[in-house]
Design a protein around this ligand. Sequence first.
Ligand code: NI
Length: 170
Amino acid sequence: MLRPVLQYPDPLLSKPCEPVGAIDDGIRALVADMLDTLSTVGGVGIAAPQIGVLKRVVIIDVSLEKEQEDAPQDFRVFINPVVTVLDPRPHEENEGCLSVPDLRAKVKRPRLVALDGIDLDGNPVHIEGGGYYGACMQHETDHLDGKLFLDHLSFLKRSLYDKKMRKGRK
Ligand code: NI
């Protein structure tokens, strides 16, 4: 089912998420909704809090690994994902977010990372990479800690955006 994507400054987007215990029907329904929403609104990844559920679940388009724009999207589920930094040297990518409309900005993050989690069958899933792919893994996992890519921007850039969004809501 398509769910509305929460948008900044919705307070749920800045809350830490709970780890998933048992993979039950609730989690399966959550993942189905995340997939429906992501494929409808378009994007390379989504985190559960973006549809208002504070659980540690993300979906990532693993076709990004190929670094080919025409590669068909291939969404993979990561439950309780953990990022491990493999190369801490800073690398900059232009990021955007379904929950942060009308803004793309350069964000510096560690260059190479791994992402580990489990899938809906409880099997371990592991991916690693850098560039836009690595940034995406870090961006989506950040959501589970209540962090948006805005939190990586300078105070000035962030306050400008903040002002614009709060004004637009009135
Ligand atoms: Ni995002």
